[in-house]
Design a protein around this ligand. Structure first.
Ligand code: GLU
Length: 419
C-alpha cells in the first residue's frame, strides 16, 4: 500500500480505468486488462562467495500481448514484489502502444540489493533467473531488457545462459553491449527521450530560450545522468542533481561533465565542489521551472504535492506521481509528461535493436538518434492532438496518453478476436 491507499498496480489501473471509461470499454475488456496474462514467481537460490546461500524471489509478469511479443526490463531491487512488477508490466503495455511499436508489455524483477552483491554473485543470480523464466521468454515471445540496477553486462549473461539451452539467440534481450549485438544509442536512449519530450513541452509552454528553464533531476543512474548531459547539450540550466546518498544544488547551473567525473572518482554526486547540498526530498520542492524525477516510483504524493513549485514535470522514472497527487497537479495546471511517453526512448531503441538483430545489420549512431527523435516528437504530437480532439472531456496530458494507448491495444485485441 502506498501513502494514498493504493498499491502500484491499483494506481496504474486507476489511470487505465479512466481511459476505459472514456473509450466506453465493456466490463469484460476492463477485467481482462486490469489483470495480467501470465505471472512467474520463482525461487532464486544461489551460493554466495562465502559459501552461504542467497535465497530470494524472481518475477516475470506478462501483462498484455495483443500488439506483439511481450517486452520490458528486469529490475534488481530489494522492494521488487509481484504487485510492483505487475504495475510496471502494465505500464509497458501502454507505453509500447503509445509510441506505436509492435510489442506487448512485461516486466521482471529480482528481490535483491544489487549494491551488496559481488559481480560473481550477480552473475549467478542472473543465470538462475534466466533458467527460471527460460520457458516463457523468446525472441518472438518475450524480450527482456535492462531496468533499475541491471545493465548491458546483465543482458550479456542472459544471452549466454539462454544460448546454452536454445542455441545462440542475440535478439533474446535488448540493451546488450554493442559488441554483442547491441544498438548504438541504446545506452543513452531513455535519457535522450526524456529531453526530447521536454523540448516539446517547453516549446508549448512558451519559453523561447532553454537557458530560462532551470531543471532539477532526481536520480543520477543511467537515465538521470544521460538526461542531465543531454539537457545541458540542449541549452537547459541543470541546477540540481541527486543520487541515493543525497543531492547538490547550484542556481547558476551545474557542470554536468564535472559531476560525471566526480561520481566516477567518489561514487556519488554529493560534495561536488562549488555546489550546496540538498537532500532528495527538498530537491523535489526546489524553485525550478522543470522537475525530472528519474529514480524511484511514488516520489510525488499528497504529502509533498502542495510544495512542488515546478510547472513542468517530466516523468523519467516509472510511476513517480500517485493518482491523487496527479489530480492535484492537473487542477493546478502543472504539465506532467507521463512516464509512458517521457521514458519511452529506451524501449523505442530496444525495438530498433531487435529489428537490427533480426536483419543482422547495424545502423549508424546518428541514424538511431534521428529515428528516435522523429518517433518521440510524433508520439508527443499524437497525444496532444488526441487531447485537443477530446476538448470537452478536459483531459490531462496523461489521461490523453492513456486513452490513446488503450484505444490502440483494444483495436488490435478486437481484430485478433481476444475481445
Ligand atoms: N526498462 C525500460 C522501460 O521501463 C526499457 C524496457 C525495454 O527496453 O524493453 O521502459
Amino acid at each position: 500500500m502506498t501513502a494514498n491507499g493504493m498499491s502500484p498496480f491499483e494506481a496504474v489501473n486507476h489511470f487505465f480505468r479512466r481511459a476505459a471509461e472514456l473509450e466506453q470499454l465493456s466490463d469484460d475488456a476492463i477485467d481482462v486488462m486490469c489483470g495480467t496474462y501470465r505471472e512467474i514467481q520463482a525461487q532464486i537460490a544461489v551460493p554466495r562467495d562465502d559459501g552461504s546461500m542467497l535465497v530470494t524471489n524472481g518475477y516475470r509478469v506478462q501483462h498484455n500481448g495483443a500488439r506483439g511479443p511481450y517486452k520490458g526490463g528486469i529490475r534488481y531491487h530489494p522492494d521488487a514484489d509481484l504487485d510492483e512488477v505487475r504495475a510496471l508490466a502494465s505500464l509497458m503495455t501502454w507505453k509500447t502502444a503509445l509510441v506505436d511499436i509492435p510489442f506487448g508489455g512485461a516486466k521482471g524483477g529480482v528481490q535483491v540489493d544489487a549494491s551488496e552483491l559481488s559481480q560473481k554473485e550477480l552473475e549467478r543470480v542472473t543465470r538462475r533467473y534466466t533458467d527460471q523464466i527460460g520457458l516463457v521468454i523468446g525472441p518472438t515471445r518475450d524480450i527482456p531488457a535492462p531496468d533499475m540496477n541491471t545493465n548491458a553486462q546483465t543482458m550479456s549473461w542472459i544471452v549466454d545462459q539462454y544460448g546454452r539451452k536454445n542455441g545462440h539467440t542475440t535478439q533474446i534481450v535488448t540493451g546488450k553491449p554493442v559488441e554483442l549485438g547491441g544498438s548504438w544509442g541504446r545506452e543513452e536512449a531513455t535519457g535522450r527521450g526524456v529531453i526530447i519530450t521536454m523540448d516539446e513541452a517547453v516549446k508549448e509552454l512558451g519559453y523561447t530560450d532553454p537557458s530560462e528553464v532551470r531543471v532539477a533531476i532526481q536520480g543520477f543512474g543511467n537515465v538521470g545522468s544521460w538526461a542531465a548531459r543531454i539537457a545541458v547539450d540542449h541549452g537547459y540550466r541543470v541546477v540540481a542533481i541527486s543520487d541515493v546518498n543525497g543531492g547538490v544544488h547550484r542556481d547558476a547551473g551545474i557542470d554536468i561533465d564535472k559531476a560525471v567525473h566526480h561520481v566516477k572518482e567518489t561514487g556519488s554526486v554529493i560534495e561536488l565542489p562549488g555546489t550546496e547540498p540538498v537532500d532528495n526530498d527538498d530537491l523535489i520542492e526546489l524553485d525550478v521551472e522543470a522537475l525530472i524525477p528519474a529514480a524511484l516510483g511514488e516520489v510525488i504524493t499528497m504529502d509533498n504535492v502542495d510544495r512542488i513549485q515546478a510547472d513542468l514535470i517530466i516523468e523519467a522514472a516509472n510511476h513517480p506521481v500517485t493518482p491523487l497527487a496527479d489530480d492535484t497537479l492537473k487542477d493546478r495546471g502543472c504539465l506532467v509528461v507521463p512516464d509512458i511517453l517521457a521514458n519511452a526512448g529506451g524501449v523505442i531503441v530496444s525495438y530498433y535493436e531487435w529489428v537490427q538483430n533480426n536483419q543482422e545489420i547495424r545502423w549508424e549512431h546518428a541514424d538511431v538518434n534521428h529515428r528516435l527523435e522523429k518517433k518521440l516528437r510524433e508520439s508527443y504530437r499524437q497525444c496532444r492532438d488526441f487531447q485537443h480532439d477530446h476538448e470537452d472531456d478536459h483531459l490531462s496530458f496523461r489521461e490523453a496518453a492513456f486513452a490513446l494507448a488503450v484505444d490502440r491495444v483494444v483495436r488490435v485485441a478486437e481484430l485478433r478476436g481476444y475481445l
